[in-house]
Ligand binder design. Structure first.
Ligand SMILES: Cc1cc2nc3c(=O)[nH]c(=O)nc-3n(C[C@H](O)[C@H](O)[C@H](O)COP(=O)(O)OP(=O)(O)OC[C@H]3O[C@@H](n4cnc5c(N)ncnc54)[C@H](O)[C@@H]3O)c2cc1C
Length: 399
């Protein structure tokens, strides 16, 4: 393996191996992916696409087939759990694990929270019954009202109805975590906007205290673009030491940067986001180092497409002589992105897992729009995808 380090003067290239990286893609699929990333690398084309899509849906034009053949097939694993399981099996043949997420967003009623609860409980049973699956996931606002979560985060008093709603939400979290514990399924809880996150953190901490006694079942997500997260991480460790439980942490940089900064400006408070990308990177890497230095207490799931961070984690693991396939360290990437990271890590024997969103095409459109927008705003990521696809097509032509 791996790469150039100034100190060692060695050129390793683990993540550049495009043969491994695109092992599951046909030439046709590669060319299609190239065209798609080319389109979403342009803000103008992405905006035009979004508008055309919205109008077509309103006019009920038959556009779903086109979406299916393009963005849906690139970023989603299927329309149903069973269909997605075909993708899970394919990935597993290459030593890549999966976690499935019913990616329907924007639900906002007690009824829809109960439906989402049912979906998450089903997903736990589904994972428990499949040997090749270990994890499942849920988004807190799929089962709890963001209005109530915001009030609780701001320590505002709740009226009787709101207290009932909060209690219902807490019970939904508890049902999910209890079943995950009983069935031995690892559970990732996604992180959301900072103004509702304190309430989520408080609930998930209680869940970890209850259900992470013998092994790590519940993983909370820490967004290291927040300047207060390193401090919170250390606080979590103290809590765990004092109360004798284990910590699961999914560590990410964070997905809501524009929304966070906009709101902070509008409401005139200090943004919770680090002042620069560099500071976010430092925060992320320090967080990872802190966790990996305390594996007695922590298990870590590193959700990132940043190659420097991946190399850094591998360096730390090497330095601390931690096995590549330590059951306490997982790497995760989104389906349809950074396959070079996923498949090369898997080929080297690291624990690596793809996030597989699924659901009826019409319902997952908000997720697909977010994927396109994120790829448009993270320029480096998209041009890296394009370069790697070009390299692989060239390599295939030359053999
Ligand atoms: C498996 C997986 C699970 C995820 N789960 C969640 C989740 O639960 N919640 C969530 O919020 N996100 C989640 N994400 C998304 C994640 O937070 C990032 O948005 C995304 O992965 C891009 O970050 P990166 O580390 O891959 O790469 P990079 O391209 O190195 O980082 C881009 C990120 O850096 C930060 N950044 C960019 N510019 C600046 C700036 N000027 N100042 C400060 N920071 C900046 C932002 O967070 C941006 O998204 C998940 C990602 C993966 C792969």
């Amino acid at each position: 393996m791996i790469r150039f380090t100034a100190k060692l003067g060695i050129y390793f290239m683990l993540l550049d191996n495009t043969k491994n990286g695109f092992t599951l893609k046909t030439n046709f699929e590669l060319k299609k992916a190239y065209l798609l990333f080319k389109i979403i690398s342009s803000r103008t084309l992405t905006n035009i696409g979004k508008t055309v899509l919205e109008i077509s849906l309103k006019l009920r034009l038959p556009i779903l087939f086109l979406i299916k053949k393009t963005v849906f097939e690139q970023f989603c694993s299927g329309e149903s759990l069973d269909k997605s399981y075909e993708t899970v099996k394919k990935l597993n043949l290459k030593n890549v694990k999966s976690y499935l997420h019913y990616s329907v967003e924007g639900l906002v009623s007690e009824n829809s929270y109960d439906l989402a609860l049912k979906e998450v409980l089903n997903s736990i049973e589904f994972v428990a019954n499949k040997k090749i699956l270990d994890f499942t996931v849920f988004k807190p606002t799929a089962v709890a009202s963001s209005i109530i979560l915001e009030k609780v985060s701001n320590k505002k008093a709740l009226d009787t109805n709101e207290l009932k709603e909060y209690d219902n939400a807490f019970q939904r979290f508890d049902k999910i975590c209890r079943l995950a514990h009983i069935r031995g399924v690892k559970l990732l809880v996604d992180a959301e906007e900072s103004w509702i996150q304190d309430a989520i953190d408080e609930i998930v901490l209680k869940m970890m205290k209850n259900y992470n006694k013998e092994k790590v079942i519940i993983f909370n997500t820490l967004q290291m673009y927040r300047h207060d997260r390193l401090k919170y991480l250390k606080k979590l460790k103290n809590e765990a030491d004092k109360n004798n439980f284990l910590l699961g942490v999914k560590i990410v940089r964070g997905a809501y940067i524009e929304k966070e900064n906009r709101r902070a400006k509008r409401k005139n408070y200090r943004s919770p986001i680090c002042e620069s990308k560099k500071l976010t990177d430092i925060n992320f890497n320090e967080g990872v180092e802190f966790i990996i230095s305390n594996l007695k207490v922590f298990s870590i799931f590193c959700g990132t497409h940043n190659e420097e961070s991946i190399y850094k984690i591998i360096d730390i693991m090497n330095l601390k002589r931690i096995d590549k396939n330590s059951s306490k360290i997982w790497f995760g990437q989104l389906y349809g992105m950074s396959d070079n990271i996923t498949f090369n890590l898997a080929a080297e024997g690291f624990n690596v897992i793809k996030y597989l969103p699924y659901g009826p095409i019409k319902e997952v459109i908000p997720y697909l729009i977010r994927r396109a927008e994120e790829n448009t705003s993270v320029k480096g990521q998209t041009s890296r995808e394009l370069d790697l696809i070009k390299l692989e097509l060239k390599r295939r032509r030359s053999i």
